[in-house]
Write a protein that binds this ligand. Structure first.
Ligand code: SIN
Length: 485
């Protein structure tokens, strides 16, 4: 089967979806498989005029789409959900080939992506405003929710499916039309999802998808007043730029930006559970997640047992092409990503970190970085202050609870944090003290469709998923009724 084919033999188009039409362009971008560096296909490099037209069409469609009933929107979303499930294996294959994560993990992402469509498809039917207690005699108040308008969704390469549905399903449930701009590194999963959404019966123009130069598209989407909402997942650096570019329109923003998650193992932790969660958090998507355990703090009393158990588990990890069965870690997305991790690791070693384990991936090619274990990392090292975004465990030892919490909080990032302890009092104390949007307590995973995902400080604004995710695409209007005699 062609990698761009769904199981009904229809090819996924290498094109953009604008107002129900699949369009190509004169210029294109080549998409590669990071595992093999072979070409997968071409996608349009959209020009500014086409983008201008697409925004106009999305605005026109908003006029009718925003009036759809909550039952209609729910039906379209739940049909889309069913189609994603029915094509989960094909979608996973597309995802693995353009992103690199192993097939089983890619299938997991497709199911995770589908869960957002289901969640918002169900939530919209029971979403309601409030009637407020009468504060003044003869007057009453009620709140109504309205879709904000055209929503632009800029999504990253590390989760080519789930980051689209977490935004798009919420926006479509709220009654917004959407313009999706997937990463040019991983556009085909997005195109396949948009194709399935079309088949689910969404009205023409409700879902639009564009590919091309991120800087040009991002700036235009920020500065065009017809786009009322921008939701972006990606680096803090780009998030700040989009924030600035959106200022003149006072655009509604959701920014899900970088993390630098502390993962703290206290001396009263269940060590086996902590190590298993650390492996899961660190090696999901080969370390390329914004919620990955990044700064690993371990009580120094646990040094010997932790290292012995951890090295044993690291040695069992298999790395390679994600389509090969039993592979647990795929390639990095590209050589730039590899070079960044290499620099962080070399700098840490030059400053005194110990490299206690490093796998050998040389024969796999330039896009692979070996699983690495560093200890004796200190807060001054760059590796403790940047998202590693790769398969490197960097451990700092500690012996004082107050000090380790101060260190964990001493970061501009505030996305996710994790800690392990068997003491309920400590669990409550630490969960309250950590300054992060999401805290895993004896858990290495914090993501679920039902729970709000997002950060504080430089990790962004807004929440995705859960009850809060829908509100990001709505504004509240208060009605004040006076009772006339
Ligand atoms: C991300 O790393 O960008 C998202 C991870 C998640 O949703 O769990």
């Amino acid at each position: 089967m062609n990698f761009l084919q769904l199981n009904d033999n229809q090819l996924i188009k290498q094109a953009n979806l604008i107002n129900g039409q699949w369009l190509t362009s004169n210029n294109s971008i080549t998409v590669y498989n990071p595992a093999t560096t072979q070409t997968l296909g071409e996608i349009p490099l959209i020009d500014e005029q086409t983008l201008e037209n697409a925004i106009g069409k999305a605005q026109e469609s908003f006029i009718s789409y925003s009036k759809s009933t909550s039952y209609d929107k729910s039906l379209w979303l739940l049909k889309w959900y069913e189609l994603v499930l029915a094509h989960a294996d094909d979608l996973a294959k597309i995802l693995t080939q353009e992103q690199g994560k192993p097939l089983a993990e890619a299938k997991g992402e497709i199911l995770y992506a589908a869960s957002f469509i289901q969640w918002f498809g169900e939530q919209i039917k029971s979403d309601h405003g409030l009637t407020l207690a009468d504060p003044i005699s003869g007057k009453s108040f009620a709140t109504h929710k309205h879709p904000v308008g055209v929503a632009a969704l800029i999504t990253p390469w590390n989760f080519p499916a789930a980051m689209i549905t977490r935004k798009a399903a919420a926006a479509l449930a709220a009654g917004c039309t959407v313009i999706i701009k997937p990463s040019e590194l991983t556009p085909f999963t997005a195109i396949a999802l948009a194709e399935l959404a079309q088949r689910a019966g969404f009205p023409v123009g409700a879902i639009n998808l564009l590919t091309g130069d991120g800087a040009m598209i991002g700036k235009k989407l920020c500065q065009d007043p017809r786009v009322k909402k921008l939701s972006f997942t990606g680096s803090t650096q780009i998030g700040k730029l989009l924030f600035e570019q959106s200022a003149s329109n006072i655009k509604r923003l959701s920014l899900e930006l970088g993390g630098n998650a502390p993962f703290i193992i206290f001396n009263d932790a269940n060590l086996d559970a902590a190590i298993s969660a650390l492996m899961q958090s660190k090696f999901r998507n080969n370390g390329q997640t914004c919620v990955a355990a990044n700064r690993i703090y371990v009580d120094e009393q646990l040094k010997q047992p932790l290292l012995a158990k951890l090295i044993e588990q690291l040695a069992q990890l298999s790395c390679g092409n994600g389509l090969t069965e039993a592979v647990q870690l795929g390639p990095m997305i590209n050589t730039t990503a590899v070079a960044k991790v290499e620099t962080l690791v070399s700098e840490a070693i030059a400053k005194g970190a110990q490299c206690l384990y490093q796998a050998d991936t040389k024969q796999l090619g330039a896009n692979y970085y070996p699983v690495t274990l560093l200890t004796d990392v200190t807060p001054e090292m760059a590796i403790a202050n940047h998202e590693i975004f790769g398969p490197v465990i960097a451990i700092q030892w500690f012996n004082d609870e107050t000090q380790v919490i101060a260190q964990a909080n001493a970061s501009e990032a505030g996305l996710a944090a994790y800690f392990f302890s068997d003491n309920i009092h400590r669990c409550q104390r630490i969960a309250n003290a950590l300054e992060f949007g999401m805290v895993g307590i004896n858990s290495g995973m914090v993501s679920h469709a039902i729970s709000p995902f997002g950060g504080i400080k430089h990790s962004g604004i807004g929440r995705e998923g859960g009850h809060n995710g829908l509100a990001e695409y709505q504004y509240i209007k208060a009605h004040c009724y006076a009772q006339l005699e």
